[in-house]
Design a protein around this ligand. Sequence first.
Ligand code: SF4
Ligand code: SF4
Length: 426
Amino acid sequence: MPSKRISNIGKPSLLGRKRALVQWLTTLAIIGIPFCEIDGQILFRLDFKNLALIILGRTFPITDLSLFLLICIALTLLFLLVTLALGRAWCGWACPQTTLVDAIEWIARRIGISVKAGNMTASFWQKLVLQFVYLFFSILVGANLVWYFVSPYDFFPAVVNGSLHWIATMTLLIIASVTYLDLAFLRRLFCKEFCPYGRFQMVLVDPGTLTLHYDTNETDRCIQCNACVRCCPTGIDIRRGFQVECINCGRCLDACREVMDKRGQQGIIRYSFGLENRGIKALFNMRVGLLVLALVLALGSLALVVTNRSDVSLNVARNVNLLPRLTVDDKVANFFSAYLTNRKEQKISVYFALADTDEDLQLNGATSGYELKPREKKRFDFSITAPLEDLAKTRSTDILVMSAAGEPLAKATIYLMKPLTHEETN
Ligand code: SF4
Ligand code: SF4
């Protein structure tokens, strides 16, 4: 096949700055999210004490199985779709591990260390400086993880006065130690040999997946300068075709474009959808289509569940220590315990009422004056009395949690029974 020679081309379009921008934005988001509050509402936090997730000031207890199942399904589908479409672009463009190693290699070069395919050749003093750099980044990573559980606004004062909870302290120390070992001994080796995401990618690669492509039709233009190999952080040669170690970072593409630009030619390495460079239309296939459909359904269901969710959760259980009994005025009392959780980040005042306003039912107990702090749980014991003749059959009624303004916030259906007979209790 004749070689394609292109002259008078413009400045090559390089990806280095764009990749750095994506890395900066991702890193800032990961570090900054725990600090963010909108109108006094927490943007995102994992509340370990109450086993709940807080998003935009709303609390989602992990016992809310339908919600967490939908979140897990949506995240899994998103992960599969991104990997199927963009390959390991996450690894090369946004993964914190890559960003950390890029930052360390950048600092290493600034202090005169030679870095080749992730390996560093440094003097004793340069190695000593690097140890402090590893330590700084390791502590930052450990603290950043803890901020997702403990507000950074509480974290720093607690560190200063030594009152940080021991679990948070242990988490910080363990994560910082693991990160230090990773940075000091593994770095790129982690991406090449240990990262499970890279192994997944082997299974998920599809005829339309984005990969770096060395055009074998243009091998006659390759001047064997090896610039694409020298710049590769994982030390592979993209000219040998698709390899699982490739993190889609695009450095080889930039290197080749720069080299070929000096010869008035376009680079030989390109991003392509599919190993045969079939263009973006290769993405429109059955596997991607089914994943998009499933993701839309999962996200739609999640939106429905979240928007229809009340700010208060109510669970009611029959009080097993107090069986239904006859009262002096020939009514039957059924005893219950209600468990109330405030899912909001603000204090709320509530009272209880029966949805059934028939005069024959009566709610007994301290029904009003309930103040719940943000995410607080409270128990309320109550009984309902009903005329004996109304309970020939088991009867149901709804108990409501009302806001101070008189709006219903949550509802639970309960069943009223007549007292058990002597035979039934034996
Ligand atoms: S082959 Fe290219 S895209 Fe892949 S890791 Fe190496 S430099 Fe990055
Ligand atoms: S940078 Fe381009 S020209 Fe140089 S060896 Fe790699 S593919 Fe060939």
